[in-house]
Ligand binder design. Structure first.
Ligand code: ASP
Length: 587
């Protein structure tokens, strides 16, 4: 037996017992007459003791050869410690070592393996297995496992069947690029890795499985953004014979269950808001409703005063920043620079100070009287002591900019407490999105999403106005889940593909299998998928999904531990009928 107990198990009750422990040497403190060793495993740290009086000389010598991260096994007696450490569960005892076996040696690790490490991000990624030895990292992976387990149990109890769908598939159009896998057996052809199991889960509903779920890897070859992973995990679900309301209730139940089990938060109905309203009030389709600072529409109020920028603007919107009336000029200039960064793209920012006492003061006093500004105060809901910030321009863009500014101020003013959880359903998304670049419509969710039946007639007349039976579950300003009621009728699906610019042949070639299935008694169905990595991170009070993935990729999409993506030898490429376009030097 390697161990009778783990390193997190022994306490005052075990004093006097003979035990065997195994683990990694975290530290060795050699005082000459006494040696203390901290022995670590996943469960904790146990202090080991050797001393001149009680330990024989050969054993002391052997202990002196130990280095950090050696794997050892010890047997000995549990003693009560003289100076106790009440911060850890094993802090009242230590083990007097009577036998010591070095199971494996270790090179000096490149960073210290303790809760606080001196290792930089890149180095820790390169030696991820050593980073995983650290408790904070292990805790996150254990937490993730717990959320997965709770999810499985909840869904299984509701009759969901867990089914694995294939990983080598044909592309699913979810809006990103596919990762492709060349087929050796079928020269010149490729599989795609799934962006999601979307079509398979719909086919399972046609197959009569009724309720499906899977905690599943998905792959999207998107341009890199901070904290995006090319492979990520979804809780993917589908249900037959449901309307939107059934889905909302089932998955509201799942989130409330997780919040209750993990955070001890009593279940409370999740508020709902239309996409339209979310954009109007918060400038975002995933509003963080932990704080106010809603957008006030000043467009009408500002017209007719010869202020050119406002006269020309489609939308003039303002937010009232609480307790910010005495921001210095420098602070305001800094915020102005912030909204002018290309990522936000505003051309400038107007401000009004609403002092606790005294007159309103603005950057446009030349154009607007106190009475005018008083109207802005009412529209934005500003209180004495607030600062009103105003942006203007094209409507959609300006709303989004105001939404970003609101979030930035929410961060700066600490209004986004990660231990407060504010879920929200966003409903009634537009069905389509116009893309200026390609000059055509894209499905806002995906092409299998059903329009609202009352909007069917708009498909041929005013498709941009049609709303979808689509919904997102938002948590603290993050989209954690999204789904829709699906089209289950072949002719409607065909109309949809046509709208999206597919010719009949293209639609048949890519999605014939789905449309054929719809001809054999497809039931009404719908579903949702949660971004599991992000959900886990947020539930744990963090926004860094990478910390919750055992072997994540870095911001450049690389795994620096196994060093991939990496070149492939020409003979392997030959087998796959792939010609390298790289020159000899580039290879
Ligand atoms: N497949 C969709 C997605 O990955 C989710 C769904 O519609 O169920 O976003």
């Amino acid at each position: 037996m390697y161990r009778t107990h783990t390193n997190g198990q022994l306490n005052i009750q075990h004093v006097g017992q003979q035990v065997t422990l195994s683990g990694w040497v975290q530290t060795v403190r050699d005082k000459g007459f006494m040696i203390w060793i901290d022995l670590r495993d996943r469960y904790g740290v146990t202090q080991l003791l050797l001393d001149e009086k009680r330990t024989d000389a050969a054993l002391l010598e052997q202990a002196r050869t130990l280095g950090r991260e050696f794997v050892i096994q010890v047997s000995g007696t549990v003693l009560e410690r003289e100076s106790k450490n009440m911060k850890i569960p094993t802090g009242e005892i230590e083990v007097l070592v009577e036998e010591l076996t070095i199971i494996n040696q270790s090179k000096l690790p490149p960073f210290t393996i303790e809760n606080q490490t001196d290792g930089g991000e890149e180095l820790r990624m390169q030696y991820r297995y050593l980073d995983i030895r650290r408790k904070p990292v292990q805790d996150k992976l254990v937490f993730r496992s717990r959320v997965a387990q709770l999810t499985r149990n909840y869904l299984a109890a509701q009759d969901f069947v867990e089914v694995e769908t294939p990983v080598l598939i044909k592309s699913t159009p979810e809006g990103a690029r596919d990762f492709l896998v060349p087929s050796r057996m079928n020269p010149g052809t490729f599989y795609a890795l799934p962006q999601s199991p979307q079509t398979f889960k719909q086919l399972m509903m046609v197959g009569g499985l009724d309720r499906y779920f899977q905690i599943v890897k998905c792959f999207r070859d998107e341009d890199l953004r901070a904290d995006r992973q090319p492979e990520f995990t979804q809780i993917d679900c589908e249900m037959a014979f449901v309307k939107q309301e059934d889905i909302l209730q089932t998955f509201e139940g799942l989130l409330l269950h997780l919040l209750q089990e993990i955070k001890d938060i009593a279940p409370q109905a999740i508020p709902r808001m239309s996409y339209e309203e979310a954009m109007q009030r918060f400038g975002s389709d995933k509003p963080d409703i932990r704080f106010g600072m809603e957008i006030g529409d000043l467009t009408k109020a500002v017209k007719g005063r010869d202020f050119k920028i406002f006269e020309d603007a489609e939308l003039v919107g303002g937010i009232a920043v609480p307790e910010a009336a005495d921001y210095t000029r420098k602070e305001i200039d800094q915020l102005t620079d912030w909204v002018k960064r290309p990522q936000i793209g505003a051309s400038g920012m107007i401000w009004v100070r609403v002092p606790k006492d005294g007159a309103l003061k603005s950057s446009v006093d030349k154009f607007y009287s106190t009475e005018d500004l008083q109207q802005w105060v009412e529209i934005t809901g500003a209180n004495p002591g607030d600062l009103i910030l105003v942006l203007a321009g094209e409507e959609n863009r300006t709303r989004k900019q105001l939404g970003e500014l609101r979030l930035e101020l929410g961060n700066r003013l600490n209004l986004r407490d990660p231990q407060v959880f504010a879920p929200l359903w966003v409903l009634d998304f537009p069905l389509l999105e116009w893309d200026d670049e390609t000059q055509r419509y894209h499905a806002m969710h995906h092409p299998f999403t059903s329009p609202k039946p009352e909007d069917f007639h708009l498909l041929e007349t005013d498709p941009g106005k049609a709303r979808a039976n689509a919904y997102d579950l938002v948590l603290n300003g993050n989209e954690i889940g999204g789904g829709s009621i699906r089209i289950f009728d072949k002719s409607l699906q065909q109309r949809m593909f046509k709208l999206l610019g597919f010719s009949e042949e293209e639609a048949a070639a890519q999605f014939g299998f789905l449309m054929n299935a719809f001809e054999y008694g497809a039931p009404p169905h719908g579903g949702i998928a949660f971004g599991f990595d992000r959900l886990v991170a947020i539930l744990d009070g963090s926004e860094t999904i990478r910390d919750y993935i055992a072997f994540p990729k870095n911001n450049a999409g690389r795994d620096v531990m196994i060093n991939t993506p990496s070149p492939i030898a020409q003979d392997q490429l030959d087998e796959l009928f792939i010609k390298s376009t790289l020159s000899e030097e580039e290879k």
